[in-house]
Design a protein around this ligand. Structure first.
Ligand SMILES: Nc1ncnc2c1ncn2[C@@H]1O[C@H](COP(=O)(O)OP(=O)(O)OP(=O)(O)O)[C@@H](O)[C@H]1O
Ligand SMILES: [Mg+2]
Length: 295
């Protein structure tokens, strides 16, 4: 299976949300990393054929997905960033309802719903109304509905928002397990969601695709640019003004700052091994506070 994006753009009036983006996906998990407003949702909505591009094409094995229409939609599962759930439906009823909308045969749907409730750990609350669910439970039922038709292409837009760490790990493993013979596209601005499971990471900034590489290759981008600096408490604001500062750790001697910078930020700075969190700060400095709060 080969999903190819050619020179894709989406404009809203004069605003360019996705800007001349080209890339290719084969089976496996792809993490789409970008700050707020970088175009992740717009890209995914085009991939799910919810909105059409202003320019460019998306092709599945050489055929335009908008021309394939339902033939393509039968192959995809989509979890929107903000999913509308039917509050008064029970979990089971909701999934059966979506299964009917997707045209699944009743007998098969009953089995599939049971299997998916188990997979997303909601069997025990299957008779409870969706409206009473926590954020994480809603997210999990959203994932279950996206998997109902056994999609060959799974598009999930910030699926781990609202999940606690345990649920996140569970979800990550789930995606990793099912990704063998599927294309899984996952958008996030939380680095740890994709650090270990993504075959490749796409870095999206202001609608442009900056990079599409595996995480190790991406880290080479910032090799030699991550520094540890011993400083005193009152030097912190100056460093924060002059540099991109990641973690600040208090030690017996004072503080240790993690700084991402092309050149050595001070004479006592030593090079540290870069991680994806550093990479995020490097690319999305303006979103620094959000990134730190989320990891
Ligand atoms: N329907 C729309 N009409 C006008 N502008 C839009 C519309 N949808 C998105 N945009 C704009 O396009 C840009 C990209 O938005 P998009 O929702 O794709 O970003 P995102 O990366 O998903 O952000 P977030 O992390 O907040 O979900 C933003 O500037 C947004 O305001
Ligand atoms: Mg979004």
């Amino acid at each position: 299976m080969n999903l190819t994006i050619n020179n894709l753009s989406k404009k809203f009036g004069k605003h360019v949300a996705v800007n001349e983006l080209s890339c290719q996906f084969t089976n496996g998990v792809y993490g789409i990393l970008g700050a707020n407003g970088s175009g992740k949702t717009t890209l995914m909505r085009m991939l799910a054929t919810v909105v059409s591009p202003t320019e460019g094409t998306i092709e599945l094995n050489g055929a335009n997905i908008f021309k394939l229409g339902d033939q393509y939609r039968d192959l995809i599962g989509y979890l929107p960033q903000h999913i509308g759930l039917y509050k008064n439906f029970t979990a089971e009823k909701f999934l059966l309802y979506i299964a009917a909308l997707k045209g699944l045969e009743k007998k098969y749907a009953l089995l599939k719903v049971e299997e998916l409730l188990e997979l997303v750990n909601l069997t025990h609350v299957r008779k409870k109304k969706v409206g009473s669910f926590s954020g994480g439970m809603k997210q999990r039922i959203g994932i279950a509905q996206a998997l109902l038709n056994d999609p060959k292409i799974l598009i999930v837009d910030e699926p781990t928002a609202g999940l606690d760490p345990k649920e996140r790990i569970r979800f990550r493993n789930l995606l990793s397990t099912i990704s063998g013979d599927r294309i899984v596209l996952l958008s996030t601005h939380i680095v740890s969601d994709i650090e270990f499971i993504a075959k490749e990471i796409l870095i999206l900034k202001s609608g442009k695709l900056l990079h599409k590489r595996d995480s190790q290759e991406l880290l080479k981008e910032i090799e030699g640019k991550v520094w540890l600096v011993q400083a005193s408490e009152r030097e912190i604001p100056t460093y924060q003004t002059d540099f991109k500062v990641g973690n600040i750790i208090r030690t017996e001697k004072g503080v240790e700052l993690r700084i991402i910078n092309d050149e050595q930020p001070s004479a006592n700075a030593i090079i540290a091994k870069a991680n994806l969190e550093d990479l995020y700060l490097y690319f999305f400095e303006e979103d620094q506070d959000a990134a730190i709060a989320q990891v």
